[in-house]
Design a protein around this ligand. Structure first.
Ligand SMILES: NC(=O)c1ccc[n+]([C@@H]2O[C@H](COP(=O)([O-])OP(=O)(O)OC[C@H]3O[C@@H](n4cnc5c(N)ncnc54)[C@H](O)[C@@H]3O)[C@@H](O)[C@H]2O)c1
Length: 364
């Protein structure tokens, strides 16, 4: 891992700071050696962050050499309560107390699950997140959502619970596979589309590769999400803007969860953004030109999955079970223009069908 010597950029979130830059220049050292001196540290990893990120951390920080490392099996199918139960048993065996510290070192699955595990264990152990995927850096690092899946429903169980700090070090991205970089890129594009045309204009000319590993562009994306979250922590209004692309995207992701062709969250969101941009245009909000611009940019980086066999009834049913709905109506965020989004837009079964047909037409 490369060491970048710049000072970390700090973003104040609800009641914790997100530090972006080399972890070496962040307050992480102070936290683990002073504030948590003599306290046990538990590091949550999956197989990949175990192999790619853990060694750097435990060899750099003496106070982590004795840390308990808990390996959570990689993959969305393991983001479930059954796995949490095993980890809670392990924490009990390690005699972990409420005054100890959980360090979540991984992508969004580790930070989401680690958040659930820490928040419920003995009514709450403090935790820090060190996101190592782009998606976890620009999206899961902000907003206090933790969660695990139940049956086919994503993040059906979880609590709002904030880490005490987040350390975003883009150096960790050097080992992240390109397909995973693209997942995070999709969320960055979303931030531009819903709230900041300048961010979109910069991103649309970038490649989802080392171009976007810079602290500046990552921090700009985090800042957009953070501003939205700060204005509406519990997702009553403004925060729903972040759901753009997620109504259709989430349903597609869930639909494929039980098949062999699972679709990654960010990829599904990219496809969902296409469908919802189409609906924005269909409802005479978004202009033809801007729809075309979004289509060209997203299709350049994300393949449209084969939706020929997708049953729109099932898709609609999944959407109907979405936590984001109100009054049994499917509520969606749509675009008025690039950089301006509208929440509480109702969509019908017919419109879901139309957006599916639109997506299929892009495949050819
Ligand atoms: N809490 C929130 O606000 C929020 C927001 C968005 C997404 N999420 C959740 O995040 C999850 C998706 O996150 P994700 O895309 O990071 O998934 P992930 O945690 O599965 O990470 C993606 C893959 O990259 C690997 N990886 C991570 N960092 C690596 C590194 N530095 N080097 C090599 N490999 C690395 C992981 O092992 C995994 O295989 C979903 O479960 C989603 O629900 C939560």
């Amino acid at each position: 891992m490369k060491n970048i010597k710049n000072m970390a950029i700090k973003i104040q979130s609800t009641n914790y700071e997100i530090e972006i830059g080399s972890i070496l220049t962040s307050s992480f050292y102070d936290l683990i050696t002073n504030r948590y001196q003599n306290r046990k540290k538990i590091i949550m990893v999956d197989e990949n962050t175990h192999d790619c990120c853990l060694e750097f951390l435990i060899t750099t920080y003496d106070s982590l050499s004795e840390a308990e490392v808990i390996l959570i099996p990689e993959g969305e199918e393991n983001k479930v309560m059954e796995v949490c139960l095993q980890i809670w048993s392990a924490l009990s065996e390690f005699n972990i107390s409420r005054r100890d510290l959980v360090i979540n070192l991984g992508g969004g699955i580790i930070t989401d699950m680690g958040g659930v595990i820490a928040s419920l264990y003995k009514r709450g152990v403090n935790f820090v997140n060190i996101p190592t995927s782009l998606l976890a850096m620009v999206d899961a690092s902000v907003g206090g959502k933790t969660g695990v899946n139940l049956d086919h429903f994503k993040n059906q169980l979880g609590v709002f619970s904030n880490p005490i700090a987040v350390f975003v070090d883009p150096s960790f991205l050097s080992t992240l596979p390109l397909s995973e970089v693209k997942n995070g890129f999709a969320e960055m594009l979303k931030h531009g589309l819903i709230a900041d045309k300048n961010h979109w204009d910069v991103l649309k000319c970038m490649l989802p590769s080392e171009d976007i590993f810079g602290e500046k562009i990552i921090s700009e994306s985090i800042l957009i999400k953070n501003q939205i979250v700060l204005s509406d922590e519990k997702e009553k209004n403004e925060r729903k803007k972040l759901n753009f692309g997620h109504t259709v995207g989430h349903a597609i992701e869930t639909y494929f969860m039980s098949s062999e062709n699972t679709i990654k969250h960010g990829h599904a969101v990219a496809i969902g953004m296409l469908a919802e941009s189409y609906l924005s245009n269909y409802k005479k909000l978004l202009s033809d030109n801007e729809l075309k611009e979004i289509e060209t940019t997203i299709c350049q980086h994300f393949e449209i999955p084969d939706l020929a066999q997708v049953d729109s009834n099932v898709l609609f049913e999944i959407m109907s079970n979405d936590k984001k709905n109100f009054d049994s109506k499917i509520q969606c965020t749509l675009l008025k223009e690039i950089g301006v989004s509208l929440i509480h837009q109702e969509i019908s079964f017919v419109e879901v069908n139309l957006s599916l047909e639109y997506l299929k037409s892009l495949k050819h």
